[in-house]
Ligand binder design. Structure first.
Ligand code: FES
Ligand SMILES: [Fe+2]
Length: 388
C-alpha cells in the first residue's frame, strides 16, 4: 500500500461517521471519488455480500437470458431447459471473450471469437479446431457458474462461495415484508440509465426524504406525511411512511390508481416501505405496486441505474392495465430522472479538493447508518481480510 493512500485504510479516518446522528459527519469525500477506495469496496464488500441483480420473471422461458456488468464482472442470467435460473460468468473459457450482451432467447451460447458453444447448463458443447489439443476435455471448460440464490422472485449473486446463505444475510426482511408477496408480483417494465455519480450517492438519496421538497418540488407531494425508521435484523434498512392511497402516482394522476395489493397486512397496509437491501438496492413497496432501483457500480464516478416495476397478477390482468400503468411509469421516470440529475450534480461538487466531510440532519438517519455499514465491510472487515 502506498503511503499516499494510508489514510484511506486508517479506521480513525472514519471516526466522525460513527458518532451518534446528531454529531455524525458524512463519509469522507474520497469514498465517492477515489479509485483506490472503489477497488477496496469491490474486493472487500461487493465480492463478499449478496447482490440483488434482477428478477426471475424477467426470463420466464427456457433459453431466456439477460446480462449485466456488475463491479467489472460480466454475468449471464439464463433459464435452463429444466426451468432453473442460473448465473454464469459471461466470459469464454477459450480466451476470455465476453460471450453475449443485452437480453434474448437462445438454445446455446456461441462465442463470437472462435465459435465455442455452450449449453444453457453451461457445458461446453462444441469447440472447433481443438481436436489436436493434447488432453483437452470438454467437461473442464464449461462456463463458470456463479452462486445464485433467490428470495421473493429477486435474484441474488454472491462471488464468495463461503458466504452465509442468502436468507441468513436478509435476516428478518422476508418476515417483515411477507405480505407484499413479492414472488407473485409481475415485472411489467424495466429500464436503465448511465449516471455520472458514485453508486452510494444514489442509494443515500433513495433512503432519505430530506431532499424531496427541493429535488422533487414539482413532482412529489409530501404534505402531511410521516416518515420513520424501524430497527431491522440483517442486511437491510427500512424507511416507513404512513399515508392513504399510493406513493407511485403523481398527485395530478391519483385518480388513475389501481386497487391495493390484496394480501397486505399490518404496517404494509398502512403506507409505504422504502427498503434498502444493502449494499446498493432500494425496493420501494407501496399499497398497489413495488418498484426497485438496482445500482450497478461501473467505477468510482459511474453507475448504471436499473429500475424495475412490479404489480400483482390480478392488476396486470385488468383490461385497462397498460393504459393506467403509463401514469405509474411517468411518475417513476420523472422522480428517478430528478434523482439521477441531483446525484450527478453532487458528484461534480464532490470531486473538488476543497470538499471536507459534512454534517448530517436528523432528517437523514439512514445516510449515517448506511455509511457505517459500508465502512464496516470496506475498512474494518477489509483490514481483517488483508491481514489474514
Ligand atoms: S475466445 Fe471464445 S472461442 Fe475463442
Ligand atoms: Fe428522490
Amino acid at each position: 500500500m502506498s503511503v499516499a493512500t494510508d489514510f484511506i485504510f486508517d479506521p480513525a479516518s472514519y471516526d466522525g461517521v460513527r458518532l451518534p446522528l446528531e454529531e455524525a459527519e458524512t463519509l469522507p469525500p474520497w469514498c465517492y471519488t477515489s479509485e483506490v477506495y472503489y477497488r477496496a469496496e469491490v474486493e472487500h464488500m461487493f465480492k463478499r455480500v449478496w447482490n440483488l441483480l434482477g428478477r426471475a420473471d424477467r426470463i420466464p422461458n427456457s433459453g431466456d437470458y439477460y446480462t449485466v456488468k456488475f463491479v467489472g464482472v460480466p454475468i449471464i442470467f439464463v433459464r435452463g431447459n429444466d426451468g432453473e435460473v442460473r448465473a454464469y460468468s459471461n466470459s469464454c473459457r477459450h480466451r476470455g471473450t465476453r460471450m453475449v450482451e443485452g437480453e434474448g432467447n437462445c438454445k446455446h451460447f456461441v462465442c463470437p471469437y472462435h465459435g465455442w458453444a455452450y449449453g444453457l447448463d453451461g457445458y461446453l458443447q462444441a469447440a472447433p479446431g481443438m481436436d489436436h489439443t493434447a488432453g483437452f476435455d470438454f467437461s473442464d471448460y464449461g462456463l463458470i457458474p456463479l452462486r445464485l440464490e433467490t428470495w421473493g422472485g429477486f435474484l441474488f449473486v454472491n462471488f464468495d462461495n463461503n458466504a452465509e446463505p442468502l436468507l441468513d444475510y436478509l435476516g428478518n426482511l422476508p418476515i417483515e415484508m411477507a405480505s407484499y408477496g413479492y414472488e407473485d408480483l409481475v415485472l411489467t417494465n424495466h429500464w436503465e440509465y448511465d449516471v455520472a455519480c458514485n453508486w452510494k450517492l444514489h442509494i443515500e438519496n433513495a433512503m432519505e426524504d430530506y431532499h424531496v421538497p427541493w429535488v422533487h418540488s414539482t413532482s412529489l407531494d409530501l404534505k402531511d406525511v410521516q416518515f420513520w425508521n424501524v430497527p431491522t435484523e440483517g442486511a437491510w434498512f427500512d424507511m416507513r411512511e404512513r399515508h392513504e392511497g399510493t406513493r407511485a402516482l403523481l398527485e395530478e394522476d391519483a385518480h388513475h390508481g389501481f386497487p391495493h395489493i390484496s394480501t397486505l397486512t399490518g404496517h404494509a397496509a398502512e403506507g409505504t416501505n422504502f427498503v434498502c437491501i444493502a449494499p446498493s438496492t432500494c425496493v420501494a413497496s407501496t399499497s398497489d405496486c413495488v418498484w426497485y432501483i438496482e445500482l450497478h457500480p461501473q467505477g468510482p464516478g459511474s453507475t448504471k441505474v436499473n429500475v424495475g416495476t412490479l404489480f400483482p397478477k390480478e392488476t396486470v390482468a385488468r383490461p385497462d392495465f397498460e393504459e393506467k400503468a403509463q401514469y405509474y411509469y411517468k411518475r417513476w421516470r420523472r422522480s428517478v430522472g430528478e434523482d439521477n440529475n441531483i446525484s450527478a450534480i453532487q458528484q461534480e461538487g464532490l470531486v473538488s479538493p476543497f470538499v471536507t466531510p459534512g454534517r448530517l440532519s436528523t432528517l437523514e438517519p439512514l445516510v449515517r447508518t448506511l455509511g457505517e455499514w459500508w465502512i464496516d465491510w470496506v475498512i474494518d472487515r477489509g483490514a481483517a481480510a488483508t491481514s489474514d
